[in-house]
Design a protein around this ligand. Structure first.
Ligand SMILES: [Fe+2]
Ligand SMILES: [Fe+2]
Length: 349
């Protein structure tokens, strides 16, 4: 058991990972310091806008209150030259190509919507780092606006997490763990921040449609009759229907809920989509869902070991699951890549 967890990369989720399978004590102590808030989180609290340019003057990173100060969406400016948005007066002829500088009268924005800002910058090697600040009162207002926005976003995250975990206590813990798995898989797959949010919300809400399945069917021990099964398979459609009322919910999140039981070979439900026709958010949620269900105790079965569940995902690659995603999940999220070698893993009992 200690093998697959030797370098288990879920430090952020140790608590939930521990519920999947107990971790050896020394690993928990080793991992604890890494759960401290990281620098990125601290930088994100800065009331000024932070930026980093490459040697060509392209914006490669943004931080702090970028949007509040500049009024520009990060996704509209990243990868583009800062001088398209930031104008310096003639008293700074070299602009940000100078080694370092301070300019009190720069303006940031587009066309008639630009704002006056103070810019401070410094070059270090091939990178230039700097800050943009609004003068006095405007700075305070921008900061308060962005704080309100941040709190509203936090409230939304909590609401969705709460909604997704209301079915019952067992389901609640399952949802918390699979959100962590799905988010990590989305990250290593390379999804951007917005796509990741859809995956996270889709994972949290994947089974809300079960609220419409009668509890005697949901809680039934033993096999379901054909009629009962016909009711249960409606839950993704009901889930998507319930969520239609939430206009802010991104389509990819709703798609993840609607299609989280589709199979790679097209034999799943409700639409029988196959391969890439299944939205990637749904393919990710399905892998996280099945892995966590296998590695948890349920009324009808004991928890499988992570290795046994990993073997199952490999066996079902190309049938139930997207093979490329399974490989990423095992190799980069769970550190179970060795399962692809000759080493035969323990099979579920
Ligand atoms: Fe489901
Ligand atoms: Fe589930």
């Amino acid at each position: 058991m200690s093998g697959p967890f030797r370098r288990f990369p879920f430090h952020d989720y140790l608590e939930t990972a521990e519920q999947v399978a107990p971790l050896p004590r020394p690993l928990i102590e080793e991992a604890a310091p890494e759960t401290a808030p990281d620098d990125a989180e601290l930088l994100a609290c800065q009331p000024s806008a932070l930026f980093l340019l490459d040697k060509a003057g392209m914006l490669v990173r943004l931080g702090g209150n970028w949007q509040g100060v500049t009024g520009l969406l990060p996704e509209h400016v990243l990868g583009r030259p800062l001088h398209q948005f930031l104008k310096l007066p003639a008293s700074h002829p070299r602009g940000l190509y100078a080694e370092s500088g301070v300019c009190e009268e720069a303006s940031i924005g587009r066309g008639g919507l630009s704002r006056r800002v103070r810019v401070v910058w410094q070059r270090r090697g091939e990178r230039t780092a700097g800050t943009l600040e609004l003068p006095g009162q405007a700075a305070r207002e921008a900061y308060e606006r962005s704080e309100r926005l941040r709190r509203a976003e936090e409230a939304l995250e909590q609401t969705i997490a709460c909604l997704g975990t209301t079915l019952d206590a067992v389901q609640g813990q399952h949802v918390i763990r699979m959100v962590a798995y799905a988010t990590r898989l989305g990250e290593v797959y390379g999804l951007d921040e917005h796509e990741l949010r859809s995956v996270r919300w889709g994972a949290a809400l994947h089974d809300v449609g079960k609220a419409r399945v009668p509890s005697d069917i949901l809680g039934k021990r033993g096999p379901l009759s054909a009629e009962e099964f016909d009711v249960v398979v409606q839950h993704p459609v009901w889930g998507a229907e319930i969520l239609e009322r939430l206009e802010f919910l991104p389509d990819a999140a709703r798609q993840a809920v609607l299609h989280h039981h589709e199979r790679w070979d097209g034999q799943g439900y409700p639409a029988g989509l196959n391969q890439e026709r299944i939205p990637v958010s749904a393919r990710i949620v399905m892998i996280a869902d099945v892995f966590d269900a296998l590695t948890s105790d349920r009324s009808y079965k004991h928890a499988w070991t992570p290795a046994a569940a990993g073997e199952f995902l490999i066996r079902e690659s190309g049938r139930a699951f997207d093979p490329a995603l399974v490989r990423l999940f095992l190799e980069q999220v769970l550190d179970l890549g060795y399962l692809y070698g000759d080493d035969p893993a323990e099979q579920p009992g």
